[in-house]
Design a protein around this ligand. Structure first.
Ligand code: ATP
Length: 450
């Protein structure tokens, strides 16, 4: 993982937040390549779950919601972790993590000091709306995007008149005052979620849950995650959230060992890298019933053919943008020997690569070459995400582009001025081909499928 963290900083994917002030711990900023990767992940998700389907609608609900939402959802009462503090070193630990340690949670894993009794710790960030800091004006930063979709169920029924099954999709920030954040961007207090709430007839919930598990699992594979690094892990009964009837996590085998994992036979283990990317749950009709009760609004669905009114069940595939990005980066990271050097290359799929094409003049002190290269770049930029770079020798420029996953490098050399051809280098094979400038765009578009 150190290599990924170092690459992210060196090349401008992810920086420590507020770095010049010593950094805010476990908080990260996405740099020029990071924001492109993140946008590409979100775009690929939206395309797959909204544009390519007939039964899904997008939503972008506000982060701040009526405080009653969090009472009805159970977050005020139930959304907490048990934590223990070390009386000596003052570090704070999740009781669940301590239990899985050999010393059984009795002493501090860092310094061996005495631990306090486990105490509940609500994970929601509380703030105040308006100028008065009083109980009446308390609002929470949402700890999940899901509730924004439940409370808009009626608006969607009234504006879109959808038939079951149908779903809502939303991408947005969520905040949790995690006790033990860490592992780079894996667990942070501010993060982004990609969530779906899919409304179904209760009797088809089990089948739809399985369909979504398959669909979401294949989405990660389709975007390049290697099969051996991805698995489905059904939750055991004692792990299920209070509202869920069933849940399966999609896990990625990260190169860190800090997570608690439950193997297929139910044994709790630490020190494996398998960690959750996404959870897909059958939430039953819990959420709609709760909000109907608390708001006094009828949140039932009316089937005008069968003439029946009922609360749909909800299947929820809920994933993290940051965790996905980290998994895609980790899986794409390769080191290989080329001659006597180590080449670092990010083998990101075309849909995810932050930059698709780099245009590089072989000699930056030849104005005609620079002019031609800039002209080619300006033309390509209109339809393909491309960069122009002449800040180093060609070998170094290739290495830089490999490290950020750029799919093709187009080199303009002296001969280009005579034969109107350029050299196109493939990131993965490093094979080079001479291509006519007039057919370059088509050549690249076909390969990039864009
Ligand atoms: P975990 O068990 O790892 O705390 P969770 O089961 O509480 O996760 P969910 O409530 O199911 O997570 O949230 C859905 C998704 O949101 C997770 O699969 C994950 O990708 C993302 N997510 C949740 N908490 C965090 C966090 N603190 N930092 C980054 N991503 C998160």
């Amino acid at each position: 993982m150190d290599k990924i963290v170092s690459l992210c900083k060196r090349r401008g994917f992810i920086f420590q937040s507020s770095d010049i002030y010593g950094g805010l711990s476990n908080t990260w900023d996405y740099g020029p390549y990071g924001v492109e990767l993140k946008n590409n992940v979100k775009r690929a998700w939206w395309k797959s779950v909204v544009y390519e389907r007939n039964d899904m609608y997008g939503l972008d609900a506000a982060i701040l919601m009526h405080p009653k939402v969090w009472e009805a959802s159970g977050h005020v009462e139930n959304f907490f972790d048990l934590k223990s503090d070390c009386k000596s070193c003052k570090k704070r630990f999740k009781a669940a993590d301590l239990l899985s340690r050999p010393e059984g949670g009795k002493v501090c894993p860092e310094c061996g000091g005495e631990l306090t009794e486990a105490r509940p710790f609500n994970l929601m960030f509380k703030t105040y709306q308006g100028p008065m800091e009083e109980a009446m004006s308390v609002v929470y930063l949402r700890p999940e995007t899901a509730q924004g979709m439940f409370v808009n169920f009626l608006n969607i029924l009234d504006s879109k008149h959808p038939r079951l099954p149908f779903g809502l999709a939303q991408i947005g920030k969520a905040f949790r005052n995690e006790i033990t954040p860490g592992n780079f961007t894996f667990r942070t207090r501010e993060f982004e979620q990609m969530e779906i709430e899919y409304f179904v007839r209760p009797q088809e919930a089990d089948k739809k849950l399985e369909e979504w598990i398959e669909e979401r699992f294949n989405w990660y594979l389709g975007l390049g995650i290697r099969k051996e690094n991805l698995r489905r892990r059904p939750h055991t009964k004692d792990e299920l959230a209070h509202y869920a009837k069933a849940c399966t996590d999609i896990e990625y085998n990260f190169p860190f060992g800090a997570s608690t994992s439950v193997s297929d036979d139910g044994e709790r283990k630490r020190a494996t890298g398998w960690s959750e990317l996404e959870g897909i749950a059958n939430r039953t009709d819990f959420d709609l019933r709760q909000h109907a009760k608390a708001s006094g609004k009828d949140l039932q669905y009316f089937d005008d053919i069968a003439k029946e009114r009922f609360f749909p069940y909800i299947i929820e595939p809920s994933g993290g943008v940051d965790r996905s990005c980290l998994a895609f980066l980790t899986d794409a990271y390769h080191e290989e020997k080329v001659k006597d050097e180590t080449r670092v290359v990010l083998r990101l799929k075309p849909a995810l690569a932050p930059v698709k094409v780099a245009i590089l003049p072989l000699l930056k002190n030849r104005p005609q070459l620079v002019e031609l290269a800039k002209k080619i770049a300006a033309d390509l930029k209109k339809s393909i995400v491309s960069v122009y770079d002449d800040t180093a020798a060609i070998g170094k420029l290739y290495r830089r582009q490999d490290e950020v996953g750029t799919l093709y490098c187009v080199t303009v050399d002296v001969q280009s001025l005579e034969d109107n051809q350029v050299t196109v280098r493939d990131r993965d094979t490093m094979a080079q081909e001479r291509i006519g400038i007039d057919t370059l765009k088509e050549y690249l578009q076909t390969r990039l499928n864009c």
